[in-house]
Design a protein around this ligand. Structure first.
Ligand SMILES: [Zn+2]
Length: 328
C-alpha cells in the first residue's frame, strides 16, 4: 500500500481503515499536564534538527517548551521505560520511571476492599504480578514489532512518514487525552495500516497504586476515546500500562475489555533523550528476532527518536527484519 523499498514479501497485516490522511495535529504531546502550549506545526518540525548525533538535540527542547529531560520526574507522561522487560514474562517489577524506584508496589492498595482473602472472583492483589504480558511478535521468526507510546504528539506525523518510507508497520499505544486532541493523527495511523493500543487516559504513574475503579476508568475510557477519535470502531486488542506497570489486577481489567497486556523487549529509553546514537545502538544491540521495541512519538520532544528511526529503519531492513505486530 505504501511505497516500499524494502524487500517485497512483507506480510500484510494491515488493518483496513477508512479515514483520511490528516497530518498530525498541532497540540502538544501528552502528559502535557495543563500547559498545552499549542506547539504548532512549526513546532514539530524542528524535530530532526540536524543529524544531531548525540545529546545535542537534547539541549534544544524545540517544541513545546515543556518539561525537558526532567520530564521523567514530573511526569508529563513519564515514559514507559522499563529496565526489566526482557527479564521474564511476569516481571512487572519496577518499570516506571517514577521517583519511587523501590517502592513500586509496596503500598498496599485499597483496591479490593473485600476480596483479598476471600476467594472472590475479581482480581487478585494489586501486588500480584501480571502473568500474561506479551513480549513477542505475532509471527516470530526474523520479525520485529515497533511500538510507539504516549502519542499522538507533534512527532507522530514524522514517525508515520518514516514508517511509510520503509513500508514498516507499527503499533501506537496512545494516551486517550491525546487521541481525543489529535483525531486526525489517529485516523492516519489506521489508514496507513498501523494498529492502536490503549495506553490509558492520562498516563497515571504508578498505575498499580490507583484505586481499582480508577484503573478501570483509565483503561476503559482511553479505549473509548481512541475508538471515537478513530471514528471507525477499530479493534483495539492491546493495552499497555504506563511505565509497563502491569499487575494481575490491571491485566484483568484489560482482559475484561478484550485487550491483552503489551510489554516490550527493547527499551532504548528514547524518552530520556540519551542521544540519537545511544538510541540506535541500544536497539541494534538488544533486539532479537521476534522482539518488541519501545519508543515514543509523544510525551515531549521526540526529535531524537525521529532521528534514530531514520537510522534504525534502514538497518532493520538490511538486517532482514520484517515488520510485524505484537502477539495478540
Ligand atoms: Zn507511556
Amino acid at each position: 500500500m505504501v511505497k516500499s523499498r524494502i524487500p517485497a514479501p512483507r506480510r500484510s497485516l494491515l488493518l483496513g481503515a477508512s479515514a483520511l490522511l490528516g497530518t498530525s495535529a498541532l497540540l502538544v504531546a501528552c502528559g502535557a499536564q495543563g500547559s498545552p502550549s499549542a506547539a504548532g506545526d512549526a513546532a514539530h518540525r524542528p524535530a530532526v534538527p540536524s543529524a544531531s548525533t548525540t545529546g545535542a538535540a537534547g539541549g534544544t527542547p524545540s517544541v513545546a517548551a515543556r518539561p525537558t529531560p526532567g520530564e521523567g520526574t514530573e511526569t508529563p507522561t513519564a515514559p514507559d521505560r522499563t529496565p526489566e522487560p526482557s527479564a521474564s514474562s511476569t516481571a512487572p517489577a519496577s518499570p516506571h520511571a517514577s521517583p519511587t524506584p523501590s517502592a513500586p508496589r509496596t503500598t498496599a492498595v485499597p483496591s479490593q476492599p473485600s476480596g483479598s482473602t476471600a476467594a472472590t472472583p475479581p482480581q487478585p492483589s494489586s501486588h500480584a504480578p501480571a502473568t500474561g504480558v506479551l513480549r513477542h511478535t505475532a509471527s516470530g521468526g526474523r520479525t520485529v514489532a515497533l511500538t510507539f507510546d504516549d502519542g499522538p504528539g507533534p512527532a507522530t506525523g514524522q514517525v508515520l512518514d518514516l514508517l511509510a518510507q520503509y513500508g514498516a508497520k507499527a503499533t501506537f499505544c496512545e494516551i486517550g487525552d491525546n487521541a481525543k486532541t489529535r483525531p486526525a493523527a489517529v485516523q492516519r495511523i489506521l489508514a496507513e495500516g498501523h494498529r492502536l493500543c490503549d495506553h490509558t487516559v492520562d498516563h497515571p504513574q504508578p498505575m498499580h497504586t490507583r484505586p481499582h475503579e480508577q484503573q478501570v476508568a483509565e483503561i476503559a475510557d482511553a479505549k473509548s476515546m481512541i475508538e471515537n477519535a478513530a471514528g471507525n470502531s477499530p479493534t483495539i486488542t492491546w493495552w499497555r500500562a504506563p511505565g509497563g506497570d502491569f499487575t494481575a489486577e490491571n491485566e484483568r481489567i484489560g482482559a475484561d475489555l478484550g485487550m491483552k497486556s503489551l510489554g516490550w523487549t527493547v527499551d532504548p529509553r528514547d524518552w530520556s533523550r540519551p542521544g540519537v546514537q545511544a538510541i540506535v545502538s541500544n536497539v541494534q544491540q538488544n533486539l532479537r528476532p521476534g522482539g518488541v521495541v519501545l519508543m515514543h512519538d509523544g510525551g515531549g520532544d521526540r526529535s531524537q527518536t525521529v532521528a534514530a528511526l531514520k537510522q534504525l529503519l534502514p538497518w532493520l531492513v538490511a538486517q532482514g527484519y520484517a515488520f510485524d505486530f505484537p502477539q495478540s
